[in-house]
Ligand binder design. Structure first.
Ligand SMILES: Nc1ncnc2c1ncn2[C@@H]1O[C@H](COP(=O)(O)OP(=O)(O)OP(=O)(O)O)[C@@H](O)[C@H]1O
Ligand SMILES: [Mg+2]
Length: 286
């Protein structure tokens, strides 16, 4: 994973990712601790096609940096439906998408999908929307099938990928997606309840104050300090501050100041004004 420390005029040191390499991020912490803002920090600066799976519909309700989409209408279920049915989402046609919005070539979409919980198979639908990267054996599907670097942010990862209920294609994404240039951002309150692969595959783990002992137990399996030291570090975080663990090879654990949210808007690669204009009015059916 490529990354570097960065500090601007305000002196706050943050960590920056190399979007071309693909990295997996995991953020946890109690309600309101700042994990979604952490995820947004990386999502907002990601310069290629990006998709947020927003199961609580609270990431970007006004569509300021994402465009609401309903990919379910494009899903096709094969004739031989099993139990549960197999969904397959076509690879989005970005050229047509950009043209329909008067976009320039190289203009990447920033999509927000809010899964429909009334559909009992919503996990499978989300899985299909995310899709699979192309392999030597064949074309991919869904968003990851674009065959170019993409970012997928799953807010509330615990709802999407609880222990023992990993959506089938997501397991492949966790194992192989990074090699296809995928940046995966996972945020949720309870690391203990999440498929352990999410943490063990993470290049960066952001630990906001995570009070539950079982969650700390799980986190302690990954960081280079004892459980007692981890307790002390988490208990002494400032509000919205966090611990940042960088996976191998560095395996460093750093105490981080709160992200400077006033810089968040400026991280939009296309510029705030541009994206606000492009997305304005497109949420009307929602
Ligand atoms: N770095 C920060 N500096 C200042 N305020 C912050 C920071 N991070 C988060 N906040 C404040 O806390 C609020 C909640 O942050 P966020 O939405 O990231 O919480 P969360 O951890 O995702 O909680 P939830 O479990 O409810 O989704 C933000 O709307 C913002 O007001
Ligand atoms: Mg949140």
């Amino acid at each position: 994973m490529g990354g570097r420390a960065s500090s601007e005029g305000d002196g706050v040191v943050t960590f920056e990712l190399d979007p071309d390499t693909g990295a997996y991020l995991f953020a946890c912490g109690h309600k309101g601790a700042g994990k979604s803002k952490f995820a947004e920090w990386y999502f907002r600066s990601y310069p290629y096609a990006r998709l947020v799976i927003d199961s609580n519909s609270d990431v970007d309700p006004e569509g300021r940096f994402t465009e609401w989409i309903d990919p379910a209408i494009d899903l096709v279920a094969p004739a031989s439906q099993g139990r549960p049915p197999v969904y397959r989402c076509p690879v989005p046609d970005l050229g047509a998408w950009a043209a329909s919005r008067g976009g320039e070539p190289g203009y990447f979409p920033s999509w927000r999908y809010e899964p429909d919980f009334s559909n009992a198979h919503w996990r499978y639908v989300v899985d299909a929307v995310m899709g699979e990267p192309p392999t030597r054996r064949g074309a991919g599907s869904g968003f990851l099938g674009l065959g170019q670097p993409v970012a997928v942010w799953i807010d509330e990862i615990g709802e999407f990928d609880p222990v023992g209920q990993t959506p089938p294609k997501f397991a492949q994404v966790l194992h192989k997606g990074r090699h296809a240039g995928v940046t995966l951002i996972m945020s949720g309150p309870r690391p203990k309840g999440v498929d352990p692969l999410c943490l063990s595959q993470a290049d960066l783990i952001a630990m906001f104050d995570t009070p539950h002992a079982l969650d700390r137990e799980r986190l302690a399996e990954h960081v280079p300090v004892s459980r007692t030291e981890l307790d002390a570090l988490l208990d002494n975080l400032e509000e919205h501050g966090y611990l940042l663990f960088e996976g191998p090879p560095s395996r460093e654990l750093s105490i981080m100041a709160p992200l400077p949210l006033e810089r968040l808007e400026g991280r939009e690669p296309r510029g705030e004004a541009d994206s606000a204009m492009s997305f304005a009015g497109q949420d009307s059916e929602h």
